[in-house]
Design a protein around this ligand. Structure first.
Ligand SMILES: *Cc1c(COP(=O)(O)O)cnc(C)c1O
Length: 467
C-alpha cells in the first residue's frame, strides 16, 4: 500500500507547473507556493499511509495547495510546549498568568491612564503603577522598566559610564543567546570595556588594580547559561560593591534570570536574586521580566534613586520604553508574586517549576495509555529531565515525565521527524523533541488541562494508526 502510494505522488516541480497555481506564484512568490505544494503532497502521503486513497494527480494536489494558501490563519498561534524547556525562547519564553492576560485585555480595548495622573489631571509617569511593586519586591529605592534586559544593560552602562570605563571579569564576558554578547553591548553603550582576571579566576585585587581615573563602574554579570566549574574564583558581590563605594564608582549587577527572592521558586536555588543584589550594595540590579519572574518580556532595573534617575533621564530611554500591554501584564504578575497567600503559583512558570513529579508521571501514564488503546500508538512513559532554559540555571535538571511515541511503520517518510513535524503543524500545535527514534512529549511545561488537547492533536495527526 505504502509503496504504491509513494510511487503515485508527483514531484513538487510538476505540481508547481499546474497552470491554476500561476496567479498564486505571481502573488505570493515561489518559496511560499512551493511550501504549500510540498505540504499538500505530504498530507496526501500521510493519508495514503493511513489507508485512504486521496486524489494525487497534479491538479488535485495543486488545488489543495491553493486552498491552503487562501485560507491561512494568523501566522502567530498558540503552541503546546512539550519540549521540556520551560523558558523556551523560540516558543515565547514565559507564558503569562491569566490575571496578566486579563489585565492586558482590559487595558488595550480602550484608553487608559498610561501617562496620566487621574488625581491631579495632569501628565503622569508611565511606570508609576509598577515601581512601588518592584521596590517592595526587591527592597530597592527606585525602579525602571525597559523593553528587555539587553536594553536594561545598554541603558545602565550608557547612563552611568558613557565615555568612560567599565570593569568586567573575564569569567563573565558571556554571550547569552543570539546576539547578546557582553563586550558588544558595552561597546554600543558608548563605554570602554576593561577586562580583568582570567576565565576561571578573578579576585578583588584584579579589580582594584584596574581602577583608574577613567573608571566609572564595576559590572557583575551572572553567566546565566554556563558555569565555570572546578578551579574557579569570582570576587563576591558584597566585596565588589564595597570597593565601588570606596572608589566612588557605580556597581551594576546584571542578575539575568531574576529570581526575586532566594529560594522562590524552587529548582533555582543558587541563582542570584534581585533583592540580594540590592542588599549587598549594588547601585543597579538588572533582570528580565520573562525569565524567573514569569511575566511579560521586559527589562527591569532596580536600584538607588540616583542611579535610576540617571537612567530615566537618558535620551535613549525614550527608545527603550515599554508599552501599555507590557505594563499591564507586568503589574498583574508582580501583584501575584507579592501575594502573601501564595497566588504566585498562578504564574504558569512557577506552577511548572513546582508541579509534583509523581503527578506528572500519572498524567503521562494516562496519556500514553489513551494513545495505545484508542489509537494503537506505540506510546510509553519515560522519566527524564527538563530544563529551565532561557539562559538560566544550566546545571539544574528538573525531574519530569515524558510520553514517548515511536512510529510503527518503517516507511521512509514516516520517520520520527516527520511525526514530530506533523504534530507541530497540527491543530493545536504540539512541539516536542525527537530523540532516539521517537517523538518525546515532556509534560513539565504543559498545563494539565492541555493533556486533552495533546490527545486530540495526536488523534488528528496520526491517521495511519487511528482507525
Ligand atoms: C537573559 C539575560 C540577558 C538578556 O536578557 P533579555 O531579557 O533576553 O534581553 C542579559 N543578561 C543576563 C545575565 C541574562 O541572563
Amino acid at each position: 500500500m505504502s509503496d504504491r502510494g509513494r510511487r503515485r505522488l508527483p514531484p513538487v516541480r510538476e505540481v508547481l507547473e499546474w497552470p491554476g497555481l500561476a496567479p498564486m506564484l505571481a502573488a505570493k512568490g515561489r518559496d511560499q507556493t512551493r511550501a504549500a505544494v510540498r505540504e499538500s503532497i505530504e498530507r496526501a502521503r500521510l493519508a495514503i499511509a493511513g489507508g485512504e486513497e486521496p486524489a494525487v494527480d497534479v491538479e488535485s494536489l495543486g488545488r489543495l495547495a491553493l486552498a491552503a494558501m487562501q485560507q491561512e490563519g494568523p501566522w502567530l498561534r498558540p503552541v503546546i510546549n512539550a519540549t521540556g524547556i520551560l523558558l523556551n525562547t523560540g516558543l515565547g519564553r514565559a507564558p503569562l498568568a491569566s490575571e496578566a492576560a486579563e489585565a492586558v485585555d482590559r487595558i488595550v480595548r480602550g484608553y487608559c491612564n498610561l501617562e496620566f495622573d487621574l488625581d491631579r489631571g495632569e501628565r503622569g509617569s508611565r511606570t508609576a503603577g509598577v515601581e512601588p511593586l518592584l521596590t517592595r519586591l526587591t527592597g530597592a529605592q527606585a525602579a525602571l522598566v525597559v523593553n528587555n534586559n539587553a536594553a536594561a544593560t545598554i541603558l545602565a552602562v550608557r547612563s552611568l559610564a558613557r565615555g568612560r570605563e567599565v570593569i568586567v571579569s573575564r569569567g563573565q564576558l558571556v554571550e547569552i543567546g543570539g546576539n547578546f554578547r557582553l563586550p558588544e553591548i558595552i561597546e554600543v553603550s558608548g563605554a570602554r570595556l576593561v577586562e580583568v582576571g582570567t576565565t576561571n579566576k578573578t579576585r578583588l585585587e584584579d579589580y582594584e588594580r584596574a581602577i583608574g581615573p577613567a573608571t566609572a563602574a564595576l559590572l557583575r554579570v551572572h553567566p546565566s547559561n554556563y558555569r565555570v566549574v572546578g578551579f574557579t574564583e569570582e570576587a563576591p558581590l558584597a566585596e565588589l560593591a564595597r570597593l565601588a563605594g570606596e572608589r566612588d564608582l557605580w556597581m551594576i549587577d546584571d542578575v539575568g534570570s531574576g529570581a526575586l527572592r532566594p529560594g522562590s521558586p524552587p529548582h533555582v536555588r543558587g541563582e542570584p536574586t534581585a533583592s540580594e543584589g540590592i542588599s549587598l550594595g549594588a547601585d543597579l540590579v538588572l533582570f528580565s521580566g520573562d525569565k524567573l519572574l514569569g511575566g511579560p518580556q521586559c527589562g527591569i532595573m532596580v536600584g538607588s534613586r540616583e542611579a535610576i534617575d540617571l537612567a530615566r533621564r537618558d535620551p535613549l530611554m525614550r527608545a527603550l520604553r515599554v508599552d501599555k500591554m507590557t505594563l499591564a501584564a507586568l503589574e498583574a504578575t508582580l501583584r501575584l508574586a507579592l501575594d502573601p497567600a501564595g497566588a504566585g503559583s498562578r504564574i504558569p512558570l512557577w506552577s511548572f517549576l513546582t508541579a509534583d513529579r509523581h503527578r506528572l508521571i500519572e498524567r503521562a501514564v494516562q496519556l500514553a495509555g489513551s494513545m495505545r488503546e484508542e489509537m494503537g500508538l506505540d506510546a510509553s512513559v519515560i522519566e527524564s529531565t527538563a530544563f529551565l532554559g532561557g539562559g538560566s540555571a544550566p546545571l539544574k535538571p528538573i525531574p519530569t515525565a515524558v510520553v514517548r511515541i515511536a512510529p510503527p511503520f518503517p516507511a521512509p517518510w514516516e520517520t520520527e521527524s516527520a511525526w514530530a513535524r506533523a504534530l507541530r503543524r497540527g491543530d493545536p500545535s504540539v512541539v516536542g523533541r525527537v530523540q532516539g527514534g521517537a517523538v518525546l512529549l515532556d509534560l513539565r511545561a504543559v498545563v494539565e488541562s492541555d493533556d486533552r488537547l495533546i490527545l486530540e492533536a495526536a488523534r488528528k495527526t496520526f491517521p495511519a494508526v487511528c482507525s
